[in-house]
Design a protein around this ligand. Structure first.
Ligand code: NAD
Length: 475
């Protein structure tokens, strides 16, 4: 792992095995960082943050470093994508698109590094009042396993652009591309200690990082349960957190939509990374008059999808781990008891990769809108369908979960689209599209239990700055 500009083992030399989800074979081992390792990394980051060298590092120089990172990512695009696929299991073309997004985060925030400005505020004659956006200090970044390179890039780029130091803890399942970013930073003139990656388990390294008294901000993406633990730990030190805790995002299909396009996106939005995506479109709300037609089309498409190791670029790769597979299976078991599985719900055995956990895309109908199946994040290739009769009912169902991350609205009636967009409790709303090409520039985050704070776009810079007001009397 990478601490204070050096590649180090963990203090007690213990390691964690990293498995390839395609067949659960071991592909690497990384240090098992614990609280002592976190202490050292936080100390390195704090020292670097307060150093003269960093104070003198000009904003546009931070931009150059971030831009160099983007270039290195682009130069090594194929290698990074293969590594991401080996580590996460996702199809190679999806990893390539993640790598491209990672480069774009560095480019976007590189451009912002020297444009983080304050305001002048009229008080009265003879007083000059102005604000300065200052970096917040040592920022902790706890990264999930589903989009490691993208999520590492999106928060690290914004934090460094704003002048902070970073201590990153990738997920124990997927640490490899975050370590690659460290390798690239190591080849730039970023001062030692500004970017650190400590690998380790969540309950050891993650817990130690989020509770550390010398960090000044935590960015976390992952489950609600862990988000709550991170928030509690940070609360003890009065440290602000940005939490992105997933969703149960609906696509609302009205009878007047462009049906073929809508169906194509509904399928894409649930099979991407085998449904292990925080913004997965995991609920389909469809106007009753077109429900049977839509269900038949989706069934046909689901059954035509190919499944296998990500490196061979099938439509769906494996589920990340046995633990995650079992979680999905528990929801399939519920569906067998409480609803109707129209297609899928089966473990698929792939010749030569029998240990890998492959799941067929699953379409479920007849789900009680108030059940766990309807409300909880499954995080697999599982789509539940709910018919609605009226616009009011569609909005009610859309909002009928504890989450509020993304909503897709499909209709050719623009007044209706705006009315519905107005009423859904959701951090992002897409009308007649879903995802808008990754949306590096668009603020992203949740309503309700999907979390709070916004990542991506200019908005994310607010996480990594604190505002100072200065009043100067000159008469
Ligand atoms: P998790 O939330 O436990 O893990 C996410 C990250 O948090 C990892 O880096 C992990 O090491 C770290 N972590 C774990 N415990 C910690 C602690 N006590 N303190 C600090 N950091 C800690 O997620 P999981 O258990 O791997 O997956 C469970 C469920 O979480 C999934 O089924 C899915 O529903 C959800 N999830 C959501 C996202 C998302 O993008 N929103 C990503 C991953 C998982």
């Amino acid at each position: 792992m990478y601490r204070n500009g050096e590649w180090v083992e963990s203090l007690d030399k213990q390691t964690i095995q990293v498995l390839n989800p395609a067949d659960l074979s071991m592909i690497a081992s990384v240090p098992r960082g614990k609280s002592g390792d976190i202490d050292e990394a936080v100390m390195a980051a704090k020292t670097a943050f307060f150093s003269k060298e960093w104070k003198q590092f000009k904003p546009h120089e931070r931009g150059y470093v971030l831009f160099e990172l983007a270039q290195k990512i682009r130069e090594n695009k194929e290698e990074l994508a293969r590594l991401e696929t080996l580590d996460v299991g996702k199809p190679l073309k999806q990893s390539l698109s993640d790598v491209d997004a990672a480069a774009r985060y560095f480019e976007f925030y590189a451009g912002m590094a020297d444009k983080i400005m304050g305001e002048t505020i009229p008080i009265e004659n003879g007083i000059l009042d102005y604000t300065v956006r200052e970096p917040i200090g040592v920022t902790a970044h706890i990264v999930p396993w589903n989009y490691p390179i993208q999520i590492s890039a999106r928060s690290a780029a914004a934090a460094i652009a704003a002048g902070n130091a970073v201590v990153m803890k990738p997920a124990e399942d997927t640490p490899l591309t975050s370590l690659k970013l460290a390798e690239y930073f190591d080849r730039t003139n970023l001062p030692k200690g500004i970017f650190n990656v400590i690998t380790g388990y969540g309950w050891e390294a993650g817990a130690a990082l989020s509770s550390h008294p010398d960090i000044n901000h935590v960015t976390f993406t992952g489950s609600q349960q862990t988000g709550r633990a991170v928030m509690e730990a940070a609360a003890k030190n009065i440290v602000p957190v940005t939490l992105e805790l997933g969703g149960k995002s609906p696509n609302l299909l009205f009878a007047d939509c462009e049906l073929e396009e809508a169906v194509e996106w509904v399928v894409k939005s649930i099979i991407q990374n085998a449904g292990q995506t925080c913004s997965a479109g995991s609920r389909l709300l469809v106007e009753a008059s077109i429900k049977d037609e839509v269900v038949a089309k989706i069934k046909e498409r689901f059954e035509a999808l190919t499944i296998g190791p990500g490196i061979r670029d099938y439509d769906l790769g494996p589920i990340i781990s046995q633990k995650q597979y079992e979680r999905i299976q528990s929801f399939i078991d519920l569906a067998e008891k409480e609803a109707t599985i129209i297609t899928g719900g089966k473990r698929i055995s792939i010749e030569g990769n029998e240990n890998g956990c492959y799941m067929s895309p699953t379409l479920i109908e007849g789900v009680d809108p108030d059940s766990e199946l309807a409300k909880e994040e499954i995080f697999g290739p599982v789509l539940t369908v709910f018919p609605f009769e009226t616009e009011e009912e569609a909005v009610y169902l859309a909002n009928n979960t504890p989450y509020g991350l993304v909503t897709g609205i499909w209709t050719m009636n623009s007044k209706k689209a705006h009315r519905v967009a107005d009423q859904v409790q959701s951090g992002q709303v897409f009308i007649n599209n879903y995802g808008a090409a990754g949306g590096i520039q668009m603020p992203f985050g949740g309503y309700k239990r999907s979390g709070f704070g916004r990542e991506k776009g200019l908005e994310a810079l607010k996480n990594y700055t604190q505002l100072k007001n200065v009043a100067l009397k000159y008469y």
